[in-house]
Design a protein around this ligand. Structure first.
Ligand code: DON
Length: 553
Protein backbone atom coordinates (compact mmCIF):
# COMPACT_ATOMS: atom_id res chain seq x y z
CA UNK A 1 0.00 0.00 0.00
CA UNK A 2 1.31 3.46 -0.87
CA UNK A 3 2.32 5.87 1.86
CA UNK A 4 -0.36 8.31 0.85
CA UNK A 5 -3.04 5.62 0.97
CA UNK A 6 -1.85 4.57 4.45
CA UNK A 7 -1.93 8.19 5.54
CA UNK A 8 -5.44 8.69 4.21
CA UNK A 9 -6.68 5.55 5.96
CA UNK A 10 -5.07 6.65 9.21
CA UNK A 11 -6.67 10.08 8.92
CA UNK A 12 -9.95 8.45 8.14
CA UNK A 13 -9.80 6.30 11.24
CA UNK A 14 -9.40 9.45 13.36
CA UNK A 15 -12.21 11.41 11.76
CA UNK A 16 -14.94 8.79 11.48
CA UNK A 17 -17.59 8.64 14.14
CA UNK A 18 -19.14 5.47 12.68
CA UNK A 19 -22.87 6.01 12.82
CA UNK A 20 -24.84 2.83 12.32
CA UNK A 21 -26.79 2.45 9.13
CA UNK A 22 -30.11 0.59 9.19
CA UNK A 23 -29.48 -2.99 8.13
CA UNK A 24 -31.70 -5.52 6.40
CA UNK A 25 -31.03 -8.97 5.04
CA UNK A 26 -33.16 -9.01 1.89
CA UNK A 27 -34.88 -5.82 0.86
CA UNK A 28 -34.91 -2.15 1.77
CA UNK A 29 -36.54 1.23 1.17
CA UNK A 30 -34.92 4.55 2.09
CA UNK A 31 -37.27 7.49 1.60
CA UNK A 32 -37.72 10.98 2.97
CA UNK A 33 -40.91 10.33 4.93
CA UNK A 34 -41.62 7.37 7.26
CA UNK A 35 -45.22 6.53 6.17
CA UNK A 36 -44.00 6.29 2.59
CA UNK A 37 -41.06 4.07 3.55
CA UNK A 38 -43.47 1.79 5.46
CA UNK A 39 -45.82 1.60 2.47
CA UNK A 40 -42.91 0.49 0.27
CA UNK A 41 -41.62 -2.10 2.72
CA UNK A 42 -45.15 -3.58 3.08
CA UNK A 43 -45.34 -3.99 -0.71
CA UNK A 44 -41.93 -5.70 -0.75
CA UNK A 45 -42.86 -7.99 2.13
CA UNK A 46 -46.03 -9.07 0.38
CA UNK A 47 -44.02 -10.18 -2.66
CA UNK A 48 -44.02 -6.99 -4.74
CA UNK A 49 -40.89 -6.08 -6.66
CA UNK A 50 -38.86 -2.86 -6.48
CA UNK A 51 -41.03 -1.16 -9.13
CA UNK A 52 -44.22 -2.06 -7.26
CA UNK A 53 -42.68 -0.57 -4.12
CA UNK A 54 -41.56 2.55 -6.02
CA UNK A 55 -45.13 3.12 -7.26
CA UNK A 56 -46.50 2.74 -3.72
CA UNK A 57 -43.84 5.05 -2.24
CA UNK A 58 -44.30 7.60 -5.03
CA UNK A 59 -48.05 7.89 -4.48
CA UNK A 60 -47.70 7.80 -0.67
CA UNK A 61 -45.22 10.68 -0.73
CA UNK A 62 -47.71 12.67 -2.80
CA UNK A 63 -49.94 12.56 0.29
CA UNK A 64 -47.52 12.66 3.22
CA UNK A 65 -44.70 14.84 1.87
CA UNK A 66 -46.57 17.64 0.11
CA UNK A 67 -43.52 19.87 -0.15
CA UNK A 68 -42.12 17.61 -2.89
CA UNK A 69 -44.07 14.37 -3.22
CA UNK A 70 -46.52 14.89 -6.03
CA UNK A 71 -49.03 14.09 -8.71
CA UNK A 72 -48.52 17.54 -10.24
CA UNK A 73 -44.77 17.32 -10.88
CA UNK A 74 -42.31 15.04 -12.61
CA UNK A 75 -39.09 13.11 -12.21
CA UNK A 76 -36.73 10.34 -13.19
CA UNK A 77 -36.77 6.64 -12.40
CA UNK A 78 -33.66 4.51 -12.84
CA UNK A 79 -34.22 0.75 -12.78
CA UNK A 80 -31.73 -2.08 -12.75
CA UNK A 81 -33.28 -5.51 -12.86
CA UNK A 82 -31.56 -8.43 -11.17
CA UNK A 83 -30.91 -9.75 -14.69
CA UNK A 84 -28.66 -6.75 -15.33
CA UNK A 85 -31.14 -5.03 -17.68
CA UNK A 86 -31.34 -1.29 -17.03
CA UNK A 87 -33.66 1.50 -18.09
CA UNK A 88 -34.38 5.14 -17.34
CA UNK A 89 -37.88 6.59 -17.33
CA UNK A 90 -37.92 10.34 -17.91
CA UNK A 91 -41.28 11.62 -16.70
CA UNK A 92 -40.07 15.17 -16.35
CA UNK A 93 -42.59 17.96 -16.96
CA UNK A 94 -42.78 19.44 -20.45
CA UNK A 95 -43.38 23.04 -21.46
CA UNK A 96 -47.02 23.50 -22.56
CA UNK A 97 -47.68 24.02 -26.29
CA UNK A 98 -48.51 27.67 -25.63
CA UNK A 99 -45.18 28.33 -23.86
CA UNK A 100 -42.91 30.91 -25.47
CA UNK A 101 -39.28 31.77 -25.10
CA UNK A 102 -39.82 35.10 -23.35
CA UNK A 103 -42.96 34.26 -21.42
CA UNK A 104 -41.37 35.21 -18.09
CA UNK A 105 -40.06 38.62 -19.17
CA UNK A 106 -41.92 41.90 -18.70
CA UNK A 107 -42.08 44.60 -21.42
CA UNK A 108 -38.71 45.91 -20.30
CA UNK A 109 -37.16 42.48 -20.72
CA UNK A 110 -36.81 41.90 -16.98
CA UNK A 111 -37.59 38.59 -15.32
CA UNK A 112 -40.96 38.38 -13.56
CA UNK A 113 -41.83 35.97 -10.75
CA UNK A 114 -44.22 34.03 -12.99
CA UNK A 115 -41.82 31.11 -13.43
CA UNK A 116 -41.84 30.64 -9.66
CA UNK A 117 -45.37 31.20 -8.42
CA UNK A 118 -48.87 30.63 -9.63
CA UNK A 119 -50.55 28.86 -12.50
CA UNK A 120 -48.22 29.96 -15.30
CA UNK A 121 -45.17 28.41 -13.60
CA UNK A 122 -46.31 24.83 -14.17
CA UNK A 123 -45.01 22.43 -16.77
CA UNK A 124 -47.21 19.54 -17.91
CA UNK A 125 -46.98 16.99 -15.05
CA UNK A 126 -45.42 13.61 -15.74
CA UNK A 127 -45.50 11.74 -12.43
CA UNK A 128 -48.71 9.74 -12.93
CA UNK A 129 -47.67 8.83 -16.47
CA UNK A 130 -44.19 7.76 -15.41
CA UNK A 131 -45.29 5.66 -12.47
CA UNK A 132 -47.98 4.01 -14.61
CA UNK A 133 -45.55 3.17 -17.41
CA UNK A 134 -43.07 1.77 -14.88
CA UNK A 135 -45.82 -0.40 -13.46
CA UNK A 136 -47.16 -1.52 -16.82
CA UNK A 137 -43.73 -2.59 -18.10
CA UNK A 138 -41.98 -3.77 -14.97
CA UNK A 139 -44.47 -4.09 -12.10
CA UNK A 140 -46.04 -7.30 -10.83
CA UNK A 141 -48.86 -6.39 -8.45
CA UNK A 142 -52.28 -4.96 -9.33
CA UNK A 143 -52.11 -1.17 -9.89
CA UNK A 144 -54.97 -0.40 -7.49
CA UNK A 145 -53.27 -2.32 -4.69
CA UNK A 146 -50.23 -0.03 -5.01
CA UNK A 147 -52.33 3.11 -4.71
CA UNK A 148 -54.23 1.77 -1.68
CA UNK A 149 -51.72 2.98 0.95
CA UNK A 150 -51.79 6.53 -0.49
CA UNK A 151 -55.60 6.52 -0.56
CA UNK A 152 -55.65 5.43 3.07
CA UNK A 153 -53.12 8.08 4.08
CA UNK A 154 -55.26 10.73 2.35
CA UNK A 155 -58.07 9.86 4.78
CA UNK A 156 -55.78 11.22 7.50
CA UNK A 157 -52.23 10.82 8.74
CA UNK A 158 -50.62 12.42 11.80
CA UNK A 159 -48.36 15.27 10.78
CA UNK A 160 -44.89 15.34 12.27
CA UNK A 161 -43.36 18.36 13.96
CA UNK A 162 -41.42 19.20 10.81
CA UNK A 163 -44.40 18.90 8.45
CA UNK A 164 -46.48 20.98 10.85
CA UNK A 165 -43.86 23.75 10.90
CA UNK A 166 -43.23 23.58 7.19
CA UNK A 167 -46.94 23.98 6.38
CA UNK A 168 -47.38 26.77 8.89
CA UNK A 169 -44.34 28.69 7.68
CA UNK A 170 -45.12 28.52 3.97
CA UNK A 171 -45.91 32.02 2.76
CA UNK A 172 -46.35 30.55 -0.70
CA UNK A 173 -49.25 28.27 0.30
CA UNK A 174 -50.91 31.20 2.04
CA UNK A 175 -51.13 33.08 -1.27
CA UNK A 176 -53.46 30.58 -2.94
CA UNK A 177 -56.93 30.09 -1.35
CA UNK A 178 -57.24 26.33 -2.05
CA UNK A 179 -53.73 25.65 -0.71
CA UNK A 180 -54.37 27.82 2.31
CA UNK A 181 -57.66 26.01 2.99
CA UNK A 182 -56.25 22.48 2.69
CA UNK A 183 -52.73 22.80 4.07
CA UNK A 184 -53.11 25.69 6.51
CA UNK A 185 -56.80 25.26 7.46
CA UNK A 186 -57.24 28.97 6.77
CA UNK A 187 -54.94 29.88 9.64
CA UNK A 188 -55.88 27.19 12.21
CA UNK A 189 -52.55 25.49 11.51
CA UNK A 190 -52.02 21.77 11.96
CA UNK A 191 -50.32 20.91 15.24
CA UNK A 192 -47.92 17.94 15.39
CA UNK A 193 -49.87 14.64 15.63
CA UNK A 194 -53.08 16.16 14.27
CA UNK A 195 -54.48 14.31 11.28
CA UNK A 196 -54.04 15.98 7.91
CA UNK A 197 -57.07 14.86 5.91
CA UNK A 198 -57.09 15.37 2.14
CA UNK A 199 -60.47 14.24 0.74
CA UNK A 200 -60.06 15.84 -2.71
CA UNK A 201 -56.64 14.26 -3.19
CA UNK A 202 -58.05 10.94 -1.95
CA UNK A 203 -60.81 11.06 -4.59
CA UNK A 204 -58.29 11.91 -7.33
CA UNK A 205 -56.17 8.95 -6.24
CA UNK A 206 -59.26 6.70 -6.20
CA UNK A 207 -60.07 7.68 -9.79
CA UNK A 208 -56.46 7.03 -10.84
CA UNK A 209 -56.56 3.68 -9.04
CA UNK A 210 -59.78 2.75 -10.87
CA UNK A 211 -59.20 4.17 -14.36
CA UNK A 212 -55.40 4.26 -14.51
CA UNK A 213 -53.38 7.20 -15.86
CA UNK A 214 -56.10 7.95 -18.45
CA UNK A 215 -58.05 9.65 -15.69
CA UNK A 216 -55.22 12.13 -15.12
CA UNK A 217 -54.43 12.75 -18.80
CA UNK A 218 -57.83 12.44 -20.54
CA UNK A 219 -60.56 11.68 -18.02
CA UNK A 220 -62.40 13.52 -15.28
CA UNK A 221 -59.24 14.73 -13.52
CA UNK A 222 -57.76 16.00 -16.80
CA UNK A 223 -60.92 17.89 -17.75
CA UNK A 224 -61.26 19.57 -14.34
CA UNK A 225 -57.54 20.38 -14.32
CA UNK A 226 -57.62 21.96 -17.80
CA UNK A 227 -60.75 23.95 -16.93
CA UNK A 228 -59.13 25.37 -13.76
CA UNK A 229 -55.97 26.20 -15.73
CA UNK A 230 -57.98 28.14 -18.31
CA UNK A 231 -60.01 29.94 -15.64
CA UNK A 232 -56.82 31.05 -13.87
CA UNK A 233 -54.71 32.17 -16.81
CA UNK A 234 -52.54 29.03 -16.90
CA UNK A 235 -51.20 27.53 -20.11
CA UNK A 236 -51.74 23.78 -19.78
CA UNK A 237 -54.61 22.50 -21.94
CA UNK A 238 -56.38 19.17 -22.28
CA UNK A 239 -54.36 18.65 -25.48
CA UNK A 240 -51.11 19.13 -23.52
CA UNK A 241 -52.23 16.51 -21.03
CA UNK A 242 -53.32 14.07 -23.77
CA UNK A 243 -49.99 14.54 -25.53
CA UNK A 244 -47.83 13.93 -22.47
CA UNK A 245 -45.43 11.01 -22.90
CA UNK A 246 -42.80 9.52 -20.60
CA UNK A 247 -39.51 9.11 -22.46
CA UNK A 248 -37.75 5.80 -21.90
CA UNK A 249 -34.05 6.46 -22.30
CA UNK A 250 -30.82 4.53 -22.07
CA UNK A 251 -29.11 5.28 -18.77
CA UNK A 252 -25.72 6.92 -18.89
CA UNK A 253 -22.91 4.61 -17.83
CA UNK A 254 -19.30 5.04 -16.82
CA UNK A 255 -16.64 3.63 -14.55
CA UNK A 256 -14.81 4.95 -11.51
CA UNK A 257 -12.00 3.09 -9.75
CA UNK A 258 -13.34 -0.33 -10.65
CA UNK A 259 -17.01 0.47 -10.01
CA UNK A 260 -19.61 0.71 -12.77
CA UNK A 261 -21.79 3.79 -12.49
CA UNK A 262 -25.28 3.71 -14.00
CA UNK A 263 -26.90 7.12 -13.87
CA UNK A 264 -29.23 9.74 -15.30
CA UNK A 265 -28.78 10.90 -18.94
CA UNK A 266 -29.96 14.33 -20.22
CA UNK A 267 -32.30 16.11 -19.65
CA UNK A 268 -30.56 15.48 -16.35
CA UNK A 269 -27.26 17.27 -16.00
CA UNK A 270 -26.50 15.11 -12.97
CA UNK A 271 -25.26 11.84 -14.39
CA UNK A 272 -22.94 13.58 -16.81
CA UNK A 273 -21.81 15.79 -13.93
CA UNK A 274 -20.80 13.01 -11.59
CA UNK A 275 -19.08 11.05 -14.38
CA UNK A 276 -17.19 14.10 -15.67
CA UNK A 277 -16.05 15.10 -12.18
CA UNK A 278 -15.11 11.51 -11.34
CA UNK A 279 -13.07 11.48 -14.56
CA UNK A 280 -11.10 14.47 -13.27
CA UNK A 281 -10.66 12.92 -9.83
CA UNK A 282 -9.83 9.35 -10.78
CA UNK A 283 -6.06 9.46 -11.02
CA UNK A 284 -5.58 12.82 -9.33
CA UNK A 285 -4.55 11.46 -5.94
CA UNK A 286 -6.98 13.92 -4.33
CA UNK A 287 -7.71 11.46 -1.51
CA UNK A 288 -4.17 11.60 -0.15
CA UNK A 289 -4.94 14.15 2.56
CA UNK A 290 -8.08 12.38 3.73
CA UNK A 291 -11.82 12.98 3.80
CA UNK A 292 -12.78 16.53 4.69
CA UNK A 293 -9.23 17.89 4.29
CA UNK A 294 -8.82 21.31 2.72
CA UNK A 295 -6.70 19.81 -0.05
CA UNK A 296 -9.40 17.29 -1.00
CA UNK A 297 -12.23 19.82 -0.77
CA UNK A 298 -10.26 22.28 -2.89
CA UNK A 299 -9.54 19.78 -5.63
CA UNK A 300 -13.10 18.43 -5.85
CA UNK A 301 -14.51 21.98 -5.78
CA UNK A 302 -12.29 22.97 -8.72
CA UNK A 303 -13.58 19.98 -10.67
CA UNK A 304 -17.17 21.00 -9.79
CA UNK A 305 -16.52 24.58 -10.91
CA UNK A 306 -15.39 23.38 -14.34
CA UNK A 307 -18.30 21.02 -14.88
CA UNK A 308 -20.91 23.65 -13.97
CA UNK A 309 -19.41 26.03 -16.54
CA UNK A 310 -19.96 23.36 -19.20
CA UNK A 311 -23.38 22.53 -17.79
CA UNK A 312 -24.51 26.11 -18.32
CA UNK A 313 -23.51 26.05 -21.96
CA UNK A 314 -24.20 22.58 -23.26
CA UNK A 315 -26.81 20.76 -21.20
CA UNK A 316 -30.50 20.69 -22.14
CA UNK A 317 -33.29 18.42 -23.36
CA UNK A 318 -31.65 16.00 -25.81
CA UNK A 319 -34.90 15.81 -27.82
CA UNK A 320 -34.36 19.49 -28.75
CA UNK A 321 -30.63 20.13 -28.48
CA UNK A 322 -27.55 18.12 -29.37
CA UNK A 323 -25.86 17.55 -26.01
CA UNK A 324 -22.16 16.63 -26.35
CA UNK A 325 -22.43 13.71 -23.94
CA UNK A 326 -19.50 11.69 -25.20
CA UNK A 327 -17.48 14.88 -25.74
CA UNK A 328 -17.87 15.87 -22.10
CA UNK A 329 -16.79 12.37 -21.08
CA UNK A 330 -13.95 12.17 -23.60
CA UNK A 331 -10.68 11.24 -21.85
CA UNK A 332 -8.55 13.87 -23.63
CA UNK A 333 -11.14 16.57 -22.92
CA UNK A 334 -11.29 15.61 -19.26
CA UNK A 335 -7.47 15.57 -19.09
CA UNK A 336 -7.36 19.06 -20.63
CA UNK A 337 -9.89 20.40 -18.10
CA UNK A 338 -7.99 18.72 -15.29
CA UNK A 339 -4.71 20.30 -16.42
CA UNK A 340 -6.17 23.74 -15.66
CA UNK A 341 -6.61 22.89 -11.95
CA UNK A 342 -3.94 24.22 -9.60
CA UNK A 343 -3.92 21.99 -6.49
CA UNK A 344 -2.75 24.93 -4.42
CA UNK A 345 -4.87 27.83 -5.72
CA UNK A 346 -8.53 28.47 -6.47
CA UNK A 347 -9.30 29.55 -10.02
CA UNK A 348 -11.59 32.48 -10.58
CA UNK A 349 -14.86 31.49 -12.22
CA UNK A 350 -14.53 34.47 -14.55
CA UNK A 351 -11.45 32.85 -15.99
CA UNK A 352 -13.15 29.46 -16.37
CA UNK A 353 -15.40 29.36 -19.41
CA UNK A 354 -17.05 26.36 -20.91
CA UNK A 355 -14.48 24.14 -22.57
CA UNK A 356 -14.60 22.84 -26.12
CA UNK A 357 -15.56 19.19 -25.81
CA UNK A 358 -15.17 17.22 -29.04
CA UNK A 359 -18.39 16.69 -30.99
CA UNK A 360 -20.25 13.48 -30.25
CA UNK A 361 -18.80 10.57 -32.14
CA UNK A 362 -22.25 9.58 -33.32
CA UNK A 363 -24.41 11.32 -32.80
CA UNK A 364 -38.02 20.61 -2.94
CA UNK A 365 -37.64 17.34 -4.80
CA UNK A 366 -37.50 14.01 -3.10
CA UNK A 367 -35.61 10.82 -3.69
CA UNK A 368 -36.00 7.22 -2.66
CA UNK A 369 -33.83 4.16 -3.13
CA UNK A 370 -35.22 0.62 -3.17
CA UNK A 371 -33.75 -2.88 -3.39
CA UNK A 372 -36.07 -5.90 -3.44
CA UNK A 373 -35.42 -9.49 -2.37
CA UNK A 374 -34.62 -10.55 -5.96
CA UNK A 375 -31.95 -7.84 -6.26
CA UNK A 376 -33.92 -5.49 -8.52
CA UNK A 377 -33.15 -1.89 -7.68
CA UNK A 378 -34.83 1.46 -8.23
CA UNK A 379 -33.50 4.98 -7.71
CA UNK A 380 -36.30 7.51 -8.11
CA UNK A 381 -36.12 11.29 -7.77
CA UNK A 382 -39.24 13.37 -8.42
CA UNK A 383 -40.21 16.92 -7.66
CA UNK A 384 -42.47 19.96 -7.73
CA UNK A 385 -39.21 21.97 -8.04
CA UNK A 386 -39.51 24.57 -5.26
CA UNK A 387 -40.99 23.71 -1.88
CA UNK A 388 -44.75 23.20 -2.55
CA UNK A 389 -44.08 23.91 -6.24
CA UNK A 390 -45.91 26.95 -7.62
CA UNK A 391 -48.12 27.07 -4.51
CA UNK A 392 -51.31 26.23 -6.39
CA UNK A 393 -53.54 23.34 -5.34
CA UNK A 394 -55.95 22.57 -8.16
CA UNK A 395 -59.43 23.23 -6.73
CA UNK A 396 -61.43 20.04 -6.35
CA UNK A 397 -58.47 17.80 -7.19
CA UNK A 398 -56.32 18.30 -4.11
CA UNK A 399 -52.87 18.19 -5.68
CA UNK A 400 -50.19 20.87 -5.85
CA UNK A 401 -48.61 21.98 -9.12
CA UNK A 402 -44.95 22.29 -9.99
CA UNK A 403 -42.95 25.40 -10.88
CA UNK A 404 -40.56 23.41 -13.04
CA UNK A 405 -40.64 26.06 -15.79
CA UNK A 406 -38.10 27.93 -13.62
CA UNK A 407 -35.54 25.23 -14.47
CA UNK A 408 -35.41 26.60 -18.03
CA UNK A 409 -33.23 29.61 -18.75
CA UNK A 410 -36.13 32.07 -18.56
CA UNK A 411 -33.56 34.70 -19.50
CA UNK A 412 -30.26 33.17 -20.63
CA UNK A 413 -27.42 34.49 -18.49
CA UNK A 414 -29.63 35.42 -15.49
CA UNK A 415 -29.66 33.15 -12.45
CA UNK A 416 -32.71 31.01 -11.69
CA UNK A 417 -34.10 29.94 -8.28
CA UNK A 418 -30.94 27.94 -7.57
CA UNK A 419 -28.61 30.71 -8.72
CA UNK A 420 -27.82 28.66 -11.83
CA UNK A 421 -26.79 30.72 -14.79
CA UNK A 422 -27.84 28.84 -17.89
CA UNK A 423 -27.56 29.34 -21.60
CA UNK A 424 -29.43 29.30 -24.89
CA UNK A 425 -29.54 25.51 -25.12
CA UNK A 426 -31.98 25.43 -22.20
CA UNK A 427 -34.28 28.24 -23.45
CA UNK A 428 -38.06 27.64 -23.32
CA UNK A 429 -39.69 25.88 -26.27
CA UNK A 430 -43.10 24.20 -26.44
CA UNK A 431 -42.93 20.51 -25.53
CA UNK A 432 -39.35 20.78 -24.27
CA UNK A 433 -38.22 19.45 -20.91
CA UNK A 434 -36.30 21.85 -18.66
CA UNK A 435 -32.74 20.88 -17.74
CA UNK A 436 -32.56 19.05 -14.41
CA UNK A 437 -29.93 18.28 -11.79
CA UNK A 438 -31.70 15.16 -10.49
CA UNK A 439 -29.20 12.30 -10.32
CA UNK A 440 -30.70 8.90 -9.46
CA UNK A 441 -27.75 6.50 -9.61
CA UNK A 442 -27.03 2.78 -9.25
CA UNK A 443 -23.48 1.46 -8.81
CA UNK A 444 -22.08 -2.03 -9.42
CA UNK A 445 -18.92 -3.71 -8.18
CA UNK A 446 -17.71 -6.71 -10.17
CA UNK A 447 -21.01 -6.71 -12.02
CA UNK A 448 -23.01 -6.98 -8.79
CA UNK A 449 -25.29 -4.41 -7.22
CA UNK A 450 -23.30 -2.20 -4.82
CA UNK A 451 -25.14 1.07 -4.19
CA UNK A 452 -28.42 2.86 -4.91
CA UNK A 453 -28.39 6.60 -4.32
CA UNK A 454 -29.96 9.96 -5.14
CA UNK A 455 -31.17 13.20 -3.60
CA UNK A 456 -33.27 16.36 -3.74
CA UNK A 457 -31.48 19.69 -3.45
CA UNK A 458 -31.74 21.69 -6.66
CA UNK A 459 -28.38 22.50 -8.22
CA UNK A 460 -26.66 20.86 -5.23
CA UNK A 461 -28.02 17.43 -6.05
CA UNK A 462 -25.09 16.65 -8.34
CA UNK A 463 -22.42 17.62 -5.84
CA UNK A 464 -24.29 16.02 -2.91
CA UNK A 465 -24.75 12.67 -4.62
CA UNK A 466 -21.15 12.79 -5.87
CA UNK A 467 -19.74 13.32 -2.37
CA UNK A 468 -21.72 10.48 -0.83
CA UNK A 469 -20.44 8.13 -3.54
CA UNK A 470 -16.87 9.36 -3.02
CA UNK A 471 -17.23 8.93 0.75
CA UNK A 472 -18.11 5.27 0.19
CA UNK A 473 -15.74 4.40 -2.65
CA UNK A 474 -12.74 6.61 -1.86
CA UNK A 475 -12.94 6.92 1.91
CA UNK A 476 -14.48 3.59 2.90
CA UNK A 477 -17.37 5.04 4.89
CA UNK A 478 -20.52 3.05 5.63
CA UNK A 479 -23.85 4.21 4.18
CA UNK A 480 -24.83 6.31 7.20
CA UNK A 481 -21.43 7.94 7.73
CA UNK A 482 -21.21 8.71 4.02
CA UNK A 483 -24.55 10.51 4.15
CA UNK A 484 -23.89 12.25 7.49
CA UNK A 485 -20.47 13.72 6.65
CA UNK A 486 -20.49 17.49 6.06
CA UNK A 487 -20.64 18.47 2.39
CA UNK A 488 -19.56 21.38 0.23
CA UNK A 489 -20.70 22.80 -3.08
CA UNK A 490 -19.34 24.82 -5.97
CA UNK A 491 -21.41 25.60 -9.05
CA UNK A 492 -19.07 27.91 -10.98
CA UNK A 493 -21.41 30.91 -10.73
CA UNK A 494 -21.73 32.46 -8.21
CA UNK A 495 -18.01 32.06 -7.58
CA UNK A 496 -18.08 30.78 -4.03
CA UNK A 497 -17.38 27.61 -2.15
CA UNK A 498 -20.37 26.85 0.07
CA UNK A 499 -19.82 24.75 3.17
CA UNK A 500 -22.23 23.03 5.49
CA UNK A 501 -21.62 23.16 9.23
CA UNK A 502 -19.12 20.63 10.47
CA UNK A 503 -15.86 21.65 8.80
CA UNK A 504 -13.22 22.78 11.25
CA UNK A 505 -12.25 26.46 11.41
CA UNK A 506 -8.69 25.43 10.46
CA UNK A 507 -9.93 23.72 7.31
CA UNK A 508 -11.98 26.77 6.38
CA UNK A 509 -8.94 29.02 6.87
CA UNK A 510 -6.86 26.74 4.64
CA UNK A 511 -9.52 26.95 1.92
CA UNK A 512 -9.59 30.74 2.15
CA UNK A 513 -5.82 30.85 1.95
CA UNK A 514 -6.03 28.91 -1.32
CA UNK A 515 -8.15 31.74 -2.68
CA UNK A 516 -11.69 30.45 -2.19
CA UNK A 517 -14.52 32.77 -1.27
CA UNK A 518 -16.22 30.66 1.36
CA UNK A 519 -19.79 30.92 2.60
CA UNK A 520 -21.98 28.67 4.71
CA UNK A 521 -25.20 26.97 3.67
CA UNK A 522 -27.63 24.84 5.60
CA UNK A 523 -27.47 21.79 3.36
CA UNK A 524 -26.03 20.35 0.19
CA UNK A 525 -28.87 18.04 -0.86
CA UNK A 526 -30.61 15.31 1.15
CA UNK A 527 -29.12 12.02 0.12
CA UNK A 528 -30.88 8.66 0.55
CA UNK A 529 -28.54 5.72 -0.01
CA UNK A 530 -28.42 1.93 0.20
CA UNK A 531 -25.08 0.10 0.11
CA UNK A 532 -24.78 -3.66 -0.32
CA UNK A 533 -22.20 -4.84 2.21
CA UNK A 534 -19.54 -7.46 1.49
CA UNK A 535 -21.55 -10.01 3.51
CA UNK A 536 -24.62 -9.37 1.34
CA UNK A 537 -26.57 -7.40 3.95
CA UNK A 538 -28.14 -4.12 2.90
CA UNK A 539 -27.22 -0.98 4.81
CA UNK A 540 -29.34 2.11 4.50
CA UNK A 541 -28.30 5.69 5.16
CA UNK A 542 -31.09 8.23 5.45
CA UNK A 543 -30.06 11.85 5.50
CA UNK A 544 -30.21 13.48 8.97
CA UNK A 545 -30.68 16.83 7.21
CA UNK A 546 -34.21 15.63 6.55
CA UNK A 547 -36.75 13.40 8.31
CA UNK A 548 -36.69 10.19 6.34
CA UNK A 549 -36.57 6.55 7.24
CA UNK A 550 -34.62 3.52 6.12
CA UNK A 551 -36.33 0.18 6.71
CA UNK A 552 -36.34 -3.31 5.34
CA UNK A 553 -36.58 -6.94 6.25
O1 DON B 1 -34.78 19.12 -11.58
C1 DON B 1 -34.11 19.89 -10.89
O2 DON B 1 -32.92 20.01 -11.00
C2 DON B 1 -34.82 20.71 -9.83
N1 DON B 1 -36.16 20.98 -10.25
C3 DON B 1 -34.78 19.98 -8.52
C4 DON B 1 -35.44 20.77 -7.42
C5 DON B 1 -35.06 20.34 -6.06
O3 DON B 1 -34.27 19.45 -5.87
C6 DON B 1 -35.65 21.11 -4.94
N2 DON B 1 -35.49 20.42 -3.70
N3 DON B 1 -34.78 20.65 -2.81
Amino acid sequence: MSRSRLLSLALLACTLHAAHPVRARKAMVVAQEPHATDAGVAVLQSGGNAIDAAVAVGFALAVTHPTAGNLGGGGFLLLRKSTGETTFLDFRERAPAKATRNMYLDDKGNLTRDSLEGWRAAGVPGTVHGLALAHQKYGSKPWAELLAPAIKLAKGFPVTYSVSKSLQNSELLAKFPESRRIFQRNGRFYEPDELLIQPELGRTLERIAKHGPRDFYEGETAKKFAAEMAANGGLITLEDLKNYRTAERKPLTGAYRGYDIITAPPPSSGGLGILHIMGILESSGYTAHGAGSAAAIHYVAEAMRRYYADRAEYLADPDFVKVPVSGLLNKQYIAARKATIDPARASSSDSIRQGKPPANESTETTHFSIIDAQGNSVALTYTLNGSYGNGVTVPGLGFLLNNEMDDFSAKPGEPNMFGLVQGEANAIQPGKRPLSSMTPTIILKDGKLFMVVGAPGGSRIITGVLQVILNVIDFGMNAQDAVDAPRFHHQWQPDKLSLERGFSPDTIELLKSRGHTVDSISSVANVEAIVVQKDGWLSGGTDPRSHGKAAGY
